[in-house]
Design a protein around this ligand. Sequence first.
Ligand code: GLN
Length: 500
Amino acid sequence: MTDALYELTIHEIHDLLRSKQVSAREVAESFIRRIEEVDSRVRAFITTTPEHALKQAEAVDEVLSRGDLLANPLVGIPVAIKDNMCTRGILTTCASKILYNYKPIYDATVVERLNESRAILVGKTNLDEFAMGSSTENSGFFVTRNPWNLDTVPGGSSGGSAAAVAANECAFALGSDTGGSIRQPASFCGVVGMKPTYGRVSRYGLVAFASSLDQIGPITKDVTDCAIVLNAICGKDPRDSTSLDVPVPDFTQSLRADVKGLKIGVPKEFFGFGTDPEVEDAVRSAVDLLVELGAHAEETSMPSVEYGLAVYYIIAPAECSSNLARYDGVRYGLRVAPDSGTVTRQTREAKSSIVSMFEKTREQGFGAEVKQRIMIGTYALSAGYYDAYYLKAQKVRTLLRRDFDKAFEKFDVLITPTSPTVAFGIGERADDPYAMKLADICTIPANLAGIPGISVPCGFKEELPIGLQIMARGLDEETLIRVAFTYEQHTEHHRKRPPL
Ligand code: GLN
């Protein structure tokens, strides 16, 4: 029994801990051994923290032996965290050479909340550098592999987190989603991933990429676990002014298999981007199943969705060009020595050598994708181009948001593929930026509108998972969970694990 602890979900492990059939230490050891066994092949982790995990587990066992916190569902549960969330004293690199040695002096709010819940940190996961990418191939360190087929990508940018959950290297993980980076890798790796409503979860201590889009969310093995993690991480945080001061429901109350009378919209535009016919079939069969269970489904149209990708690739780089200005070799991480001369008392020489230090640090610290985005963003924001690009993009963003408002006047949820295809081969799209970006064409609209979206497994194409995306009105994660849970209760896809 204890050998296979790493295969279990959060709620299954919790039951064993609660009834004292296992100790937190045994749970932690099981996952640590699993990481040792498979991570040389999957490469989900940038940093593993086995000693830290065992220490935390021992403390948990002590608390549990006193009979405390037994009802808290995350006590003693191993978690992996995307390496763009600050962990005090533990390397937080954003998979960038520019932060190769950065150890934050504080915890992100989500990390703090997981610590308070007594979850156990087993490591920090790989990502596309600064979360820019769709395959985790843009990591400044190494490529993560999809546990279902090691020659394919795990998706991105939270590819390390999704792969770690799929490979049973942690019971759950946190990812961040700016344009799809939780849902799309969850889809490629056959696990559940949710991007909550913008502002639901504090972003304090999440390294900023595009601040009007970024959101943290859970990656889990099933929908029940997703609700459990949401309960722990949602809520107002005075340290993040964009976090919403609204009541946080108990999301586990929405774990009810009931979709009677639910209105589903199926926007046709989401099937138009070269969607793989097998992906389309799987998604349409999922809708049919929900209809059999009592929901109503109708095709609908959201004309502005067509512009989502273009809008995103103005707004996200614009915001990133501002956010990434702080990496200059002075305050964080890498510092490359200036070209020639040393800093002298003569102001002019000192200045030129500082500028040279900035330049060399940024040149060597940032990867190609990050540099390209900083340049595009700077261009789009510059005088004379601002109106033509950034302002225009913001206007189209409003149109897109209105399309969603209109759709949600009629429907409770919208259902689409999470990504037009299943996982693609490593290297296959590396030289084709457009093909790469297409992987997020179905997920980006939810970020632009700020609404929640979830991806759940809905089938396979040649042993590679297919993801179903469900979107709901802002702050209506409860309906997402209910629909996803209903679907899960009537299918078996989420039970399959890769054959590592
Ligand atoms: N793939 C998209 C990008 O490259 C989205 C990334 C994300 O959500 N962090 O920007």
